[in-house]
Design a protein around this ligand. Sequence first.
Ligand SMILES: NC(=O)C1=CN([C@@H]2O[C@H](COP(=O)(O)OP(=O)(O)OC[C@H]3O[C@@H](n4cnc5c(N)ncnc54)[C@H](O)[C@@H]3O)[C@@H](O)[C@H]2O)[C@@H](O)CC1
Ligand SMILES: Nc1ncnc2c1ncn2[C@@H]1O[C@H](COP(=O)(O)OP(=O)(O)O)[C@@H](O)[C@H]1O
Ligand SMILES: [K+]
Length: 531
Amino acid sequence: MSSVEIHQMRDCPTSAQMGAIETSAMKDGVTTGAEMMRRAGRALARAALEASGAGPGDRALVLCGPGNNGGDGYVAASALREAGLDVQVSALGDPRNLRGDAALFVEEWGEAIAPLDPEALGQGPRPALMIDAVFGTGLSRPVPDVLPKAFAAIRSAPGAGPLTIVAADIPSGIQSDTGALLAPGGAEEVLAADLTIAFHAAKPGHFLEQGPALCGTLEIASIGLSQDDRTPPLTEPHEGDITRLVAPGAAEAAKWLAGWARPEPGGHKFSRGHVLVLGGGPGKGGAARMAARAALRTGAGLVTLGVPADAITENAARLDAIMLSVVETADDLGGMLEDDRLSALVLGPGLGIGERTRAMVRVSLDARRATILDADALTSFADHPEELFDRLHEDAILTPHEGEFARLFPDLGLKSRDMSKIDAARRAADRAGCVILLKGAATIVASPGGAASLHPGLYERDTRWLATAGAGDTLCGILAGLAAHAPDGRLHGAAECATSIHAEAARSFGPGLIAEDIPDRIPDLYRAHGL
Ligand SMILES: NC(=O)C1=CN([C@@H]2O[C@H](COP(=O)(O)OP(=O)(O)OC[C@H]3O[C@@H](n4cnc5c(N)ncnc54)[C@H](O)[C@@H]3O)[C@@H](O)[C@H]2O)[C@@H](O)CC1
Ligand SMILES: Nc1ncnc2c1ncn2[C@@H]1O[C@H](COP(=O)(O)OP(=O)(O)O)[C@@H](O)[C@H]1O
Ligand SMILES: [K+]
């Protein structure tokens, strides 16, 4: 969108962190509350005009709430009036109760403000554009019923043309920290925006739970705050308490990927690391083979697949560059791990659930290599997660999807938690004592101590085609391919980078993607980033 001053930030602040950023900017004299609100409202109006194609004489409706989000709405209403539109403002609550900057802009608007009355709004005519400035980051409880009723009435009001809905900061009803929809059932369809203009930075709620389904397109508008991120660039370790957004621009991505994946000049295959993937019995080998291929494509110098003797023939028929070893028992594995050149281990994909897997996990963790535990390696500990947690260390990482996560951390699972997915992953990392990579459309990487990153497989980084069997197995392999030559204790960074390579490989294939396609897209991706 050309007319809005768009920028890209790595910070993904909570509502409290956003408040603190604003307060400190005001204290330092960088800007004022009124100036931020003026910029926010004007950005909204410009974006709404551009997205709707509306012009002089067209009808615009601005819905304003009882806080500062409403203040942005009054600024937008005045700006749309200035652009020649026929603007109507409708408010939730009595606008005379507004205080501070928002009150200033109610005065500047100076015209009639109708109450939010679904019946009156339903009589039409339906506007060409509507701005949702009812609730932003301050939403603290479910929205009143009148809000979805008003949206529904406006949508079905008689009118000639299409209606474009633009949300100020975040669609009203979405909790900014969690993405939960705090609204009566059925409200998601009526409250959805076509475009959301987030102010200063994207918030967790734009990426989590129902947030993405309601935001439409997401754009970030500058409101005059410093554009210096508080989280470090991806090329540096992340330790801060603001969630780091893993969505680099092209230049940052090239430098970052080179740091993780480009071989050292004069190196040899062992300096690139040796990955061992443990696999299951006959007929169960596909997942481990895909993980192994992904590890080799990503840049491990050697990859060995360890399987029971009766699975050797099957695997030998399917593998060339990937080596094969018989690993029947945990003792066999212990013997192999005497070779300290084995630098990264993958356990889980197709490994089978039960005591053989648990024994292998114990031996692997005791060997203190970069150890990636996924799928069956996680589910095997569902009955006794503490036994797993007691052995985990800073060179281990768990890569669950939400189902596997709930098996190990029942109180933090999607259906039971009363916190964001980000905070759930942080708690889990503290409890387990290792890095957690919690998958989904938004993938969270969290470390003990609180550092957390969010990879958005959404909006311009949409990776919905990754929702296919085996995609997670290839992610394990990519992670192993990076971890195999990463210095100790750098699994958080490896996990961020692996998630990004995985997503970009999937995006470069596009529709019809199946998991087998992912590893073989990596060479083109590396070349495109100048590796
Ligand atoms: N200086 C600032 O603070 C700036 C704030 N901005 C805007 O202000 C927003 C945050 O403003 P606020 O913190 O005032 O919060 P909101 O405007 O999002 O809403 C808070 C108000 O709604 C009430 N409320 C919350 N949930 C409710 C519910 N379910 N039913 C009824 N009332 C409810 C609260 O008691 C409070 O009065 C941001 O999202 C952004 O749009 C921007 O204008 C930029 C500058
Ligand atoms: N709707 C979605 N949008 C974006 N990415 C997704 C979506 N659904 C799943 N993914 C990604 O696809 C992968 C699926 O992994 P997983 O659930 O472990 O599958 P499997 O167990 O079949 O390998 C993860 O990396 C996840 O982040
Ligand atoms: K809003």
